[in-house]
Design a protein around this ligand. Structure first.
Ligand SMILES: Nc1ncnc2c1ncn2[C@@H]1O[C@H](COP(=O)(O)OP(=O)(O)OP(=O)(O)O)[C@@H](O)[C@H]1O
Length: 420
């Protein structure tokens, strides 16, 4: 079904779908293009439309081989569209889902490409704010890089901020995807270039191990780990890569590498990584309902910070009309910022989750159902343990008169007088 977008573009077929809209294969005056049509509720937000026009120059002006070019931005009736360079290939998330992990050399090469793109953006004063495998496209039409690694391009520049900022209060909202959020964002500081480096190092860790270093479980628990925990070491990780990951996941933004430094350091390492096999990570059973077939779209959703973050998959469907046209709805890139008390209260769950996951991390393609069942099992085990302890204590107290123990700090006894 062909459809006109503005006066210059026609779209034919859906090629992917994200939380902000649907990506179509289209045709423009200069040839094939990818057109991202924003959700209807976003397109009808007048503040967003204003911002869209305002950001046009910055987004269309970013011209770099490692960045997916934005050729045009169209406002046409109820349509709000970004016209992009068409990349022949798949996104990095799909590749990861298919292969589990990449070889160290392929992972380093892909991340060096993305770091090049980020360096250009940062030099132009643009912070991406949503670096993650979904936003890295692999250009299979380009000659392969070192060790046969596909060439990578970063996409969705500024989109997270574009679709969220007009309707959100910066003090209470976080823009980004939980597993990749730098600690300073969670703490409420203004996001600068270093947040993209933190997210990119998280992607590197994920390409090597199949898990993100701080992901898993309740969104609040994930946010808390970013702020308080150190990245768990990984057996078999090449030293050079481990040093880079540790530096780029530093809690202090100023301690992280700059994008150009990161690209250089990774490229220096490439020869030493040649021929190394992927890290041996525990086998992962892919739940039946999560198997991807070619042509399926991958998209993510999360709630407002009080629930789980999960990925959903399904056949790509045209977004006409957009589902749930509700202008107050959260996208996966917008989360409520938790209070310090809330962050602290997520600690218990965080520990339980990390104890259960390989590398202490989170394999993102594990189903939400499995995680929920595990949590229920932990809670049931704790209740049974407490019930058992209470029963044993009652029996002991009944047999031994005066066996009550003082309640700490109260000066009274748990079961009657404390004795002489
Ligand atoms: N320029 C492009 N060329 C070719 N395919 C693209 C292009 N941009 C996006 N796609 C395809 O469309 C899919 C959806 O992209 P989109 O940017 O809407 O969502 P996402 O980044 O996967 O998720 P989200 O927006 O929720 O973060 C991508 O996974 C990719 O397969």
């Amino acid at each position: 079904m062909a459809r006109k977008i503005g006066s210059r573009y026609t779209v034919h077929q859906v090629i992917g779908r994200g939380s902000a809209g649907t990506v179509w294969l289209g045709e423009g005056p200069d040839g094939p293009v990818a057109v991202k049509l924003l959700r209807e509720d976003l397109a009808s937000d007048q503040v967003l439309v204003g911002r869209f026009v305002q950001e046009r120059a910055a987004l269309t002006g970013l011209d770099h081989p490692r960045v997916v070019g934005v050729h045009d931005m169209v406002v046409d009736g109820s349509d709000l569209a970004l016209v992009m360079e068409l990349v022949q290939g798949s996104d990095l998330r799909s590749r990861l889902e298919r292969e589990g992990v990449l070889t160290p050399q392929a992972a380093a090469s892909v991340i060096a490409d993305v770091a090049d793109g980020l360096a250009a953006a940062h030099a132009a004063g643009i912070v991406h704010r949503d670096v993650k495998p979904e936003n890295v496209l692999l250009d299979l039409a380009a000659p392969a890089g070192p060790g046969g690694a596909p060439r990578a391009k970063l996409t969705d520049f500024g989109i997270a901020r574009l679709v969220d900022a007009p309707r959100r209060t910066r003090a209470t909202r976080i823009i980004g995807t939980p597993d990749y959020l730098a600690p300073e964002i969670i703490e409420g500081l203004e996001p600068r270039a270093a947040v993209d480096i933190y997210a990119l190092a998280t992607v590197l860790y994920e390409l090597l191990t199949g898990t993100t270093p701080f992901g898993g479980g309740h969104t609040g628990a994930v946010l808390r780990r970013h702020v308080t925990e150190n990245v768990p070491p990984v057996a078999g990780m090449p030293d050079g890569l481990w040093r880079i990951i540790s530096e780029c996941l530093a809690k202090a933004p100023a301690s992280r590498l700059r994008a150009a430094e990161l690209a250089d350091r990774l490229r220096e390492l490439l020869p030493s990584l040649a021929g190394l096999p992927p890290l041996a990570v525990p086998a992962q059973r892919t739940p039946v309902e999560e198997v991807l077939t070619p042509g399926e779209a991958v998209y993510a959703e999360a709630d407002t910070g009080t629930g789980t973050h999960r990925r959903r998959r399904g056949p790509a469907v045209p977004l006409v009309p957009a589902p749930s046209p509700d202008s107050t709805r959260d996208t996966h890139t917008s989360l409520r910022r938790p209070s310090p008390e809330e962050l602290a209260s997520y600690a218990a769950e965080s520990r339980a989750q990390r104890g259960a996951a390989p590398h202490g991390g989170h394999r993102r393609n594990r189903s939400a159902l499995v995680r929920r069942r595990r949590m229920i099992a932990v809670v049931v085990a704790l209740v049974l343990l407490l019930a058992g302890a209470a029963a044993a204590y009652t029996a002991f107290a009944a047999e031994v008169p005066g066996a009550g123990v003082p309640v700490r700090g109260s000066g009274t006894c748990a079961s009657g007088p404390c004795g002489p």
